[in-house]
Design a protein around this ligand. Structure first.
Ligand code: SF4
Length: 331
């Protein structure tokens, strides 16, 4: 079983929100036409089916807001992806605009709908992001099922983090909450400078962990995510490295926290172990111990992918390794 996410990014930049940290503007990624992206998606899905690769989440994202694509285009993607039978679950990221279009929203009724906020106050959120329709207090949003909330962690909202988490935790339609650490390309763009001045960066994750540990139960650390449980027993995650949590396959340009280019591998294949190993070596070169530990844990995840791909279980592998160690002590 492949447990990673797969994100499909629609290329055109159209957005109704004005995030001061806009990743699309900051990185100005070259993307392909809708037709070409669809072709690549179909080919990828075929490949996954042939290799019997199962992926946990399909994530429909955008270089802008996905729901500004035409109804027919969105339906086409939804139908192709769902009929492929490769993914366990489906997610669409939205600026909130999706909740303002009933027809398009109905396409994704069974999907997780992922929103990004900086506060639990709808008016404040609208003012900060400067969008026209206040979706957070709309009937459509409040009555929609399957919501995932990303809370962007800023220097200015760190002390209110737990209150915000509790607010969204108490909404029945919210399934899961994630704390979002903004990525920074350090390219001297307006957006990048805004992030440097206002966001809590991944190097300061300990500050977030300290606040979260006060109220929530830590469960696990897996795939670069700290997993906690909210008071209502929902999943609360902190992405340590936003750019590496997804396997983006239709962008020409990628960015990462590593200082040199690292060849991407495929989960379930040896190439993924090589990628994680290379990342661990690079983290050591940077002298970044936390990143090094995370990359080491990712090597285990990559080994797990290969073992499962060959019909084996990581636990059996560990037991076997222990047996080998024992036998060596008697030699
Ligand atoms: S929602 Fe996304 S594309 Fe739109 S402004 Fe914000 S970061 Fe940029």
């Amino acid at each position: 079983m492949n447990l990673k996410d797969y994100v499909f990014v629609l290329g055109e930049y159209h957005c109704d929100k004005h995030c001061p940290y806009c990743i699309a503007k900051m990185n100005k990624k070259e993307t392909l036409s809708f037709e070409r992206e669809l072709e690549i998606l179909q080919k990828k899905l075929e490949e996954f089916k042939e290799k019997n690769i199962k992926i946990k989440n399909f994530i429909l994202s955008g270089n802008g807001e996905p729901s500004l694509y035409k109804y027919d285009e969105l339906k086409m993607i939804r139908d192709i992806v769902m009929s492929a039978n490769v993914f366990e679950d489906y997610r669409i990221q939205t600026s909130g605009n999706l909740f303002m279009d009933k027809e398009k929203l109905s396409l994704f009724d069974s999907w997780l709908k992922e929103i990004t906020v900086i506060t639990s106050n709808p008016k404040e959120d609208q003012e900060f992001y400067n969008y026209k329709k206040n979706y957070l207090s709309s009937k459509s949003f409040l009555s929609s099922n399957r919501i995932r909330v990303n809370i962007v962690v800023l220097k200015s909202n760190l002390d209110k983090l737990n209150k915000m988490i509790d607010f969204y935790d108490n909404l029945d339609n919210v399934e899961t909450i994630a704390l979002k650490i903004l990525d920074n390309s350090l390219n001297n763009s307006e957006e990048s400078n805004w992030i440097s001045n206002n966001a809590i960066r991944y190097e300061d994750i300990n500050k977030i962990i300290k606040v979260i540990n006060e109220d929530y139960k830590f469960l696990n650390f897996i795939n670069k995510r700290f997993i906690y449980e909210t008071k209502n027993k929902k999943k609360l995650t902190i992405h340590y490295s936003e750019s590496n949590t997804y396997d983006v396959f239709n962008l020409n340009k990628e960015y990462s926290f590593h200082n040199r280019k690292i060849k991407k591998g495929i989960y379930g294949e040896f190439s993924k172990i090589e990628e994680e190993l290379d990342e661990a070596k690079e983290a050591l070169e940077q002298g970044n111990k936390l990143m090094f530990l995370i990359e080491l844990s990712d090597i285990i995840g990559a080994i797990e992918g290969v073992t499962e791909h060959h019909g084996l279980d990581l636990n059996d592998l560990i037991k076997f390794s222990n047996k080998v160690k024992e036998s060596k002590t008697y030699e």
